[in-house]
Design a protein around this ligand. Sequence first.
Ligand SMILES: NC(=O)C1=CN([C@@H]2O[C@H](COP(=O)(O)OP(=O)(O)OC[C@H]3O[C@@H](n4cnc5c(N)ncnc54)[C@H](O)[C@@H]3O)[C@@H](O)[C@H]2O)C=CC1
Ligand SMILES: O=C(O)C(=O)Cc1ccc(O)cc1
Length: 308
Amino acid sequence: MTARIDTTLIIGLGLIGGSLARALRSSGFSRRVLGFGHREASLARGVELGVIDDYSLDLEQALAAADLVVIATPTLVAAQMLERVLPLLKARDSMPIVTDVASVKGNLQQAAVATWGAMPPRLILGHPIAGSERSGVEASRADLFVSHRVILTPVPENDLEALSLVRDMWHRTGAEVVDMSVAAHDAVLAATSHLPHMLAYALVDALAQSPLGDDIFRFAAGGFRDFTRIASSDPVMWRDIAIANRSALLKAIDQFSEHLAQLRDAVATEDAESMLQTFSRAKQARDEFATMLQARSQAADQHLAEPK
Ligand SMILES: NC(=O)C1=CN([C@@H]2O[C@H](COP(=O)(O)OP(=O)(O)OC[C@H]3O[C@@H](n4cnc5c(N)ncnc54)[C@H](O)[C@@H]3O)[C@@H](O)[C@H]2O)C=CC1
Ligand SMILES: O=C(O)C(=O)Cc1ccc(O)cc1
């Protein structure tokens, strides 16, 4: 298959950048994939593992070779990266397409507009809703995005050719692409991803610090394991997300706290009817979600079984 693009540069070769690099190489979307980062050891490991073709520790040199740039660093670093990268690209005759994978979009849009004066036409912000509690290039996988959603947040200023290329890139990883506004993205992700991570971290931290700490972990059942898996996620990544999505996350925490307070009241007053209503509503919603997950997993198996 002929490559859709010649050289892709991945800035930040960790779980997501490494997984995208693998998928772009194995699907033949990009003829060459380069890495740029601040830790030479993980870039060299990326070459050794066959994740990237080569790497550079010089940002200007790396950008000069790139037709497509993907920023895959932690969220706050991604904003700083845009502030460094955009002025270097503005000086070029033909600007490469730039995209990202960060979990929050509002701070990146703000950084881009502040640096460029408006949204740069060839900057397409994006976010794959796929990953895990693991991090680093060693954890990267070519099939990480198969049958998962990727949200793009295009704006009217965006160049349609750039948007179409970023859409194609994600399709070639096996993902399903949906468009959303930046504000809707940050509100939805605050509720469905950022809030659950805050709850998991808070619960594990509270229990670990309680006098019963050791016993609690010794006798914890599967439910505790399922609920708290994401508390093993990278603390730096989640600190960045909490800061970058502060206002939407605060709203989600406040709404949830109100709900929890109502449940507390029901427990305190032995309001059996109210508890039953809450638990039944939640069970129905979770069962429907499980059916959706099952359909997605079947679609992923089918995609992986298809000849490439
Ligand atoms: N882990 C997950 O499940 C998901 C993460 N994301 C987002 O993707 C981005 C990357 O996350 P992961 O791949 O999980 O993290 P990671 O920790 O595995 O990778 C981050 C990479 O960025 C590099 N990096 C950090 N600071 C840098 C700097 N100043 N200059 C250059 N490189 C730097 C690190 O060396 C590392 O290679 C984050 O913005 C995260 O919010 C999005 C979807 C899922
Ligand atoms: O580990 C999990 O279940 C996740 O929730 C992964 C994840 C982390 C951050 C994102 O922005 C998107 C997905």
